[in-house]
Design a protein around this ligand. Structure first.
Ligand code: GLA
Length: 404
């Protein structure tokens, strides 16, 4: 895997303090447990409860110049809420989630495991049989999705308490989250010092920047698992959202959602989102891939500039016709998992008191392809100790005014 050059001069055994100090953005106060009076303008901090082991969780409310408001907690790096205007300027919360920590810790939630709003690591998406080899040595991970490992194992980054540092910079304001995963955690080799920066910009974008350094060669695939409903969370369906994906191919899967290795054209299939298409329009088709996914739960091969594959390029665009809300996704990653909320079944009740029913939210997870450690024809997820993993994704919010 080729990684963007980055000037961390950090070796192995990185401390969290070193990572925070190496931050490319200027932290201007705050920090976990910091006094809110020291916080940058546009950021508020409040307690969000206590984990069973006694550690306290902090919530950061970040507001931009146009009133877009995002709430993030340092447990799992979870985005709790994201309020954006519709085409009349009415604000709505467009991501699925809960208002209390207890909801994210409950057995019911753990059982359903939807990963609402969370940072995902070390390996977003699936690794077949939870097994891969690095330079001849085999590693076995805990399996948590049938025979496979999903989203980093039984206790992925979505369940970690991250160190958080609020900041403001010329780009906007946000929170830097750091977490150092010990060597061998969830079966992965190497200590992985991870830093994820959420920046809410004044031109209405959420920029997510991921960096990591490892002490041993290891696969890394970090992503974010927000579920969007651009009509507002609690609305029962995303099927009328119109989706465009900048992909002419996707990676078909077997019945356990592991890619077969084939890079298949989307043309002529229900996976062709090259022009704006209503999400629900082809879900009823008899299609083996849709059947395996119980809907859309597939990785799309994004069209990239071959000469500069890690450039930030358009991945997807979603339009909700009634509100006029538009979500655009750009990424440096080669893939995008489009998941149409097929496992939501109404068991979980969200912030507005509405049950999150089948297909009431959609996820657009920018990533390397699933099971890349076992697929030599996929872009590599291998990270070496002397390089920095770097990836960036932008979620951009706007409205379309001229809709019927
Ligand atoms: C990813 C997976 C889905 C599902 C969700 C969480 O999107 O691809 O199959 O596991 O996470 O429910």
């Amino acid at each position: 895997m080729k990684h963007l050059a980055f000037s961390w001069s950090m070796g192995v055994g990185l401390s969290l303090a070193t990572i925070a100090a190496g931050s490319a953005v200027a932290a201007t106060g705050g920090g976990s447990g910091g006094m809110s009076s020291m916080l940058p303008a546009g950021i508020e901090q409040s307690g969000f409860g206590t984990l069973p082991d006694g550690r306290s969780v902090e919530c950061y409310t970040i507001t931009n110049a146009n009133g877009i408001e995002m709430r993030v907690i340092n447990y799992g790096g979870i985005i709790l809420s994201l309020e954006t205007p519709d085409r009349y300027g009415r604000m709505d919360d467009i991501v699925l989630g809960f208002d209390s920590l207890g909801d994210y810790l409950s057995p019911t939630y753990r059982q359903a495991n939807p990963y609402f709003g969370a940072l995902i690591g070390r390996y977003g998406n699936r690794i077949a049989d939870g097994r891969f080899a690095v330079d001849g040595q085999t590693y076995q991970l805990p399996t948590n999705d049938g025979p496979n490992t999903l989203h980093g194992g039984n206790e992925g980054f979505n369940q970690k308490l991250w160190n958080a540092q609020p900041f403001s910079s010329s780009d906007g304001r946000g929170v830097v989250m750091t977490y150092t995963s010990p060597d061998g955690e969830q079966g992965f080799p190497g200590e992985l010092a991870t830093r994820v920066t959420y920046t809410l910009t004044d031109d209405d974008a959420l920029v997510i920047d991921y960096r990591a350094r490892t002490s041993k060669t290891t696969p890394v695939n970090l992503t974010q698992h927000s579920y969007f409903n651009l009509a507002g969370e609690g609305n029962p369906s995303i099927l009328d959202h119109q989706l465009t994906i900048n992909a002419s191919a996707y990676t078909p899967v077997d019945e356990t959602l592991i890619p077969t290795g084939e890079i298949a054209p989307v043309a002529g299939t229900p996976f062709d989102f090259q022009t704006p298409t209503t999400i629900g329009s082809r879900l009823g088709q008899r299609d083996t891939q849709l059947a395996y996914g119980k809907g859309y739960d597939h990785n799309f091969v994004l069209i990239k500039n071959a000469a500069a594959p890690q450039t930030l390029t358009r991945a997807a665009r979603v339009v909700e016709p009634n509100s006029g809300r538009v979500l655009e996704v750009e990424t440096t990653e080669p893939g995008l998992q489009f998941y149409s909320g097929n496992f939501l079944d109404g068991t979980l009740v969200g912030k507005s008191g509405q049950p999150y029913v089948l297909r009431s939210g959609l996820a657009l997870e920018t990533q390397h392809f699933p099971n890349s450690p076992n697929q030599s024809n996929f872009p590599s997820t291998r990270v070496e100790p002397d390089e920095t993993y770097h990836s960036q994704t932008v979620y951009r919010f706007s409205t379309e005014d001229n809709l019927p």
